[in-house]
Design a protein around this ligand. Structure first.
Ligand SMILES: Cc1cc2nc3c(=O)[nH]c(=O)nc-3n(C[C@H](O)[C@H](O)[C@H](O)COP(=O)(O)OP(=O)(O)OC[C@H]3O[C@@H](n4cnc5c(N)ncnc54)[C@H](O)[C@@H]3O)c2cc1C
Ligand code: SF4
Ligand code: SF4
Length: 429
C-alpha cells in the first residue's frame, strides 16, 4: 500500500493540507502548476477582518511547506494522468522546463535585470511588465528564475542568451526538457482554487473600455506596495488619486444568465477595499453598491460596522443599471435605482471597482464529476463536505465552492485527516 498523499494546487488550501499531512508523518507530493506556490492569497494586500498583511501571514507557511521533510514540492508541474482507486492511485506528473537549473539558481535576479524582453506581468494583472526570465513575485517559493519560452528572444528569434552570460552560477540551461514523474499515492486532495469571471461579459459596466473601471483583484494590486503603482491608488487615465470611488457588488455573480453563485468573500473584500482606500486617501469618498451584504464570518459584522461608523463608507442598496464615461474627465456616471425608495438616480465618481464573481479551476486529468453549480461535486455536502464523488479524492478551498481564507484552511485541515486515513502507517487513536 502506498503511504503518500497527492495535493494538487499550492494556494493557501493546498499548502495547509500539505502541512497538516506532513506534520502527521505522511509523505506528501504538493503539485503547483505555476512557478511559485501561494495562489491568489499572494496577490492580496491585506486580509479582512483583521487587516493583517497577506504576505506576512502567508510567506511563513509557504517557506514551512517547502522546507518540510515530509513534503515534496513540485512547482511548474501538472498532473497529466490518474489511474487506480482509493488507497492505490497511479499518477503521472509533468514537470515543465524552467530552462534554469533549480539546484544552481540562487535567486539573485541578475538574469531578470539584464533580460531585454518585457512581458505584461500576470501577477499584477497586466498593469506592469516583467521580463521573459522572471520570478512571479518577490516572495516566490521557490525563489528560482523561470524562462517564459513564448517571450524569450532566444526561443522566438534565435538570438540573445544575455541571461546565460550574466548568471553567476551557470544555472541557465536552454536544453532542459520536460520530465515525467510517476507516483503511487493513497489519496488525492484537490485544491486548484479559482479564476475571476471576465467582467467584459457585463458590458454595461464598461470594463476594458473605460480606463478607470477596475476589477477587485486589480484594486488589490493597486493597494499593495509590491504592486504596479507601489501602493498608490491612482487612476489609469491620468495617474491622479481619485477623490471618489464606487465599489459594485455581485458583478457576474448571483445572475442566472452568467453565474448564479454567490462569491461569498466579495462583500467583505469590498468593505476591506473601502476601508483601505480611506486609510490610503483619508479624503476619498467611498460608496458600496450592494444587493445584500453578507457578513457571516467571525468578526465580519464588526468589520462592516467599523466601515460605516469609523470610516464613513456609504452603502447604497442597488444594482447599477449602467456606467457611462465623461469623455473629457474620464469620470464615471453610475445610473441606478435605489431598491428601498424605487427612485432612479445617478452619481459621478472618479473610479469604479467591480467585485467580480469567481469560477472554479479543475484538474483536468482527474475527470471529476461537476455539480449543477459548476463546482466539483461533493459526495454529501452536509456530512461529508470535503469528499469528492470519487472514493479517496477530497476537494478543498474555492475549487469546492467560493469561500474565504479561514474556511479554505478549515476544509484543508479536515481533508488532511481524511486523506491520511488511507495512507499506510498513520495511526489514528
Ligand atoms: C479581490 C479579492 C480579495 C480577497 N480578499 C480576501 C480577504 O481579505 N480575506 C479572505 O479570507 N479571503 C479573501 N479573498 C478570497 C481568497 O482569495 C480565497 O479564499 C483563497 O485564495 C482560496 O484559496 P485556494 O487555495 O482555494 O485557491 P487559490 O488561491 O486560487 O490557489 C489555487 C492554486 O492551485 C493552482 N492550480 C490550479 N490548477 C492547478 C492544476 N491543475 N495543477 C496544479 N496547480 C493548480 C493555482 O495556480 C493556485 O496556486 C479575496 C479574493 C479576491 C478575489
Ligand atoms: S535569452 Fe531570453 S530570457 Fe535570456 S535574457 Fe534573452 S530574452 Fe531574456
Ligand atoms: S542569474 Fe542565475 S542564479 Fe541569479 S536568479 Fe538568474 S538564473 Fe538564478
Amino acid at each position: 500500500m502506498p503511504k503518500s498523499v497527492l495535493v494538487i494546487g499550492g494556494g493557501i488550501a493546498g499548502i495547509q493540507a500539505a502541512l497538516d499531512l506532513g506534520d502527521q508523518g505522511v509523505e506528501v507530493y504538493l503539485i503547483e502548476k505555476s512557478p511559485s506556490i501561494g495562489g491568489r492569497m499572494a496577490q492580496l494586500d491585506k486580509t479582512f477582518p483583521t487587516l493583517d498583511c497577506s504576505s506576512c501571514i502567508l510567506t511563513p507557511k509557504m517557506v514551512s511547506v517547502a522546507r518540510h521533510p515530509m513534503v515534496r514540492l513540485l512547482t511548474y508541474s501538472e498532473v497529466v494522468e490518474v489511474k487506480g482507486k482509493a488507497g492505490d492511485f497511479y499518477v503521472k506528473v509533468l514537470k515543465k522546463p524552467r530552462y534554469v537549473d533549480e539546484d544552481k539558481c540562487i535567486g539573485c535576479g541578475e538574469c531578470a535585470s539584464k533580460c531585454p524582453s518585457k512581458v505584461p506581468d500576470e501577477f499584477n494583472l497586466g498593469m506592469s511588465n516583467r521580463r521573459a526570465i522572471y520570478f512571479p513575485f518577490p516572495q516566490a517559493v521557490p525563489l528560482k528564475a523561470t524562462i517564459d519560452r513564448e517571450h524569450c528572444f532566444y526561443f522566438t528569434k534565435g538570438i540573445c542568451r544575455v541571461c546565460e552570460r550574466f548568471c553567476p552560477t551557470r544555472a541557465i540551461n536552454f536544453e532542459q526538457k520536460p520530465e515525467t514523474l510517476e507516483l503511487n499515492v493513497a489519496s488525492i486532495i484537490v485544491a486548484t482554487g479559482y479564476e475571476l469571471m471576465d467582467p467584459r461579459i457585463a458590458p454595461t459596466y464598461g470594463y476594458g473600455k473605460y480606463p478607470n473601471v477596475y476589477t477587485s483583484l486589480e484594486f488589490e494590486r493597486l493597494l499593495s506596495s509590491t504592486g504596479p503603482t507601489g501602493g498608490e491608488i491612482m487612476r489609469r487615465s491620468d495617474n491622479k488619486h481619485p477623490k471618489s470611488i464606487a465599489f459594485i457588488q455581485c458583478v457576474c455573480s448571483r445572475d442566472v444568465k452568467v453565474n448564479p453563485n454567490c462569491s461569498a468573500f466579495c462583500c467583505m473584500a469590498s468593505v476591506k477595499h473601502a476601508i483601505l482606500a480611506k486609510e490610503h486617501l483619508p479624503e476619498v469618498d467611498c460608496t458600496i453598491f450592494y444587493m445584500d451584504l453578507r457578513a457571516f464570518g467571525k468578526g465580519y459584522q464588526e468589520f462592516y460596522n467599523r466601515a460605516v461608523r469609523e470610516f464613513r463608507v456609504k452603502f447604497i442598496r442597488a444594482k447599477p443599471a449602467k456606467i457611462e464615461e465623461d469623455p473629457e474627465t474620464k469620470d464615471l456616471i453610475i445610473t441606478y435605482e435605489d431598491t428601498f425608495t424605487g427612485v432612479k438616480k445617478s452619481i459621478r465618481v472618479e473610479m469604479v471597482v467591480l467585485a467580480v464573481g469567481v469560477k472554479p479551476v479543475y484538474p483536468e486529468a482527474l475527470s471529476l464529476p461537476i455539480g449543477e453549480d459548476g463546482y466539483i461535486l461533493l459526495k454529501n455536502p452536509i456530512i461529508e463536505p470535503v469528499a469528492a464523488d470519487i472514493d479517496g479524492v477530497y476537494v478543498v478551498g474555492v475549487a469546492a465552492g467560493a469561500k474565504d481564507i479561514p474556511d479554505s484552511v478549515i476544509q484543508a485541515s479536515s481533508a488532511a485527516v481524511k486523506a491520511s486515513i488511507l495512507a499506510e502507517g498513520v495511526v489514528h487513536e
